[in-house]
Write a protein that binds this ligand. Sequence first.
Ligand code: SAM
Ligand code: SF4
Length: 556
Amino acid sequence: MTTRTVYLETFGCQMNELDSELVAGALKALGYRFVPEPDHADVVLYNTCSVRDHAEQKVRSRLGEVRDRKMREPHVVVGVLGCMAERDGEDLIRRMPVVDVLCGPGELDKLPALLDNAVRTREAILADDAPPPPGLRGLSASAREIALQGGASRRSGTLAAAQDNLELLDLSRSVSPTDHRGTAYVRITRGCNKFCTYCVVPHTRGAEVHRPPDHIVEECRRLADAGVIEVTLLGQTVNHYRFEHGAAVTIGGLVQPQKGRSYAGGHRRDPFAGEAVTTFADLLRRIHDEVPEIRRLRFVTSYPRDFGDDVLEVIRDHPRICRYLHVPAQSGSDRMLERMNRGYTVGEYLEFLDRARAYLHQPEIGRPLTLAGDMIAGFCGETEEDHRASVALLERARYKNAFIFKYSPRPGTTAFDRLIDDVPDEVKRRRNNELLAAQSRISEEVSREMLGSTLEVMVEGFSERQRKRSESAAAGVVGLTVGGRSAVEPERPESGSVQMTGRTEGDLIVHFDVDRSESKQMVGSIVLMRVDGVSGLSLFGSMIDVDSPARVVREH
Ligand code: SAM
Ligand code: SF4
């Protein structure tokens, strides 16, 4: 059998990036070969996002492009994975028969089988002597391989008793050193129960489930063994994690992920903490202590209401847990927060930020706390006063960066069904721009506060500027990447300095110059830098110490 080639493009959040990585690992193990361009791939996959209409539009336009190719090359199999597949369902194939495979985010373990069937179906269509399989109207018709959770995406309390096959996909993750240079994501929860009125995620990713802590720690250990030194734990409301061992269900020798019990939140300590429970604070402590090779432990995205002091204490007392929190507020107006069903007031949100700073902001020892947030501009019924309150919240929160979005009505959500999208698009755009302008000034101010400080920086690779310079000198040589950056610069004969890029524990980007001869071995290491320049959101540093012992000193 000839090797099938696959092109996989990912849209959306880190959860999708991780899903794509796991899917790619599973397909590679079956002999599929991944290619960087769609033009010659036998299988073209889009892992999609439905959070905003804009993300879906991009996928629709990609599908339009691939349709033209498929008219000429009907053997090509096209798959839509992720949230858009789940949200649109079979309607997507009816509208765009170029799509052969639909696979929701909760069904990705089934993808290899779906693809295999789809490839065979298309081969059968093309075989000269075989009649087209029933239901296929022509060469461009869909092979219709579908795995969606549909109505089952909000699985009930019986979930804990049902086998969760998706867990196997995470557990069978490939962790070879070449796949994971330096940094990796690890999922700790899936789905979401919050039902913010604007958001499609609870409908596409289903009910929140918590992975068994042993599986998570083991995955971190295997990643560390493969050379990973930075792990980012993922969950839609990551700090909501809790695993109750007494209620754990084992099927076929495998402990299953758990739906967990709902609770009101707003606590200062996990109310169920105890011997038979692994709280989020316990999980952070376990990974920190049991896998010390992971020198940076991060987590996204946090939900403000469920953030207890127990978690802040663990971060403060464990030096390898990063002092960086991504805690979206979404709006600075209590009226909007209520309409969004966020479950907290502006006052409570700001109280949390003050509490987090009191625990974690220690610039004097090179460990400032940095914060990131998300805001939505022009949600249903938002007045100028509400908007000004959002600008005021940015001023008060002083995020190092914020993801700011125009409200995009999403079919299936409560806001779509029950609220009126009454803010005209030009007003949304203007408010969005005003929030962006305010945040960009604040981000620069936060960066300036770092001037003169000494910070630990994890080296990711060559800077964009260096990469562009090098590309013209050595076109065609593809480098490895760490955290999306080029880790191996194409060979160049000259000596001299090169510009590299790294990140602080607070996720600030730092550029610095090093001698070319030292550059390669620095990738993936943590170095001590003095910040001596700022431009926009970027810091410029000079190196004080390679592979800083500072973290070790602070531990004692
Ligand atoms: N779970 C995270 C939380 O609650 O903070 C965020 C997950 S969501 C996929 C990422 C961001 O997309 C949200 O924080 C929100 O700002 C934005 N978002 C979600 N639905 C949106 C919508 N309908 N229109 C505009 N932005 C939206
Ligand atoms: Fe969406 Fe709200 Fe869940 Fe975040 S917490 S994923 S915004 S429903």
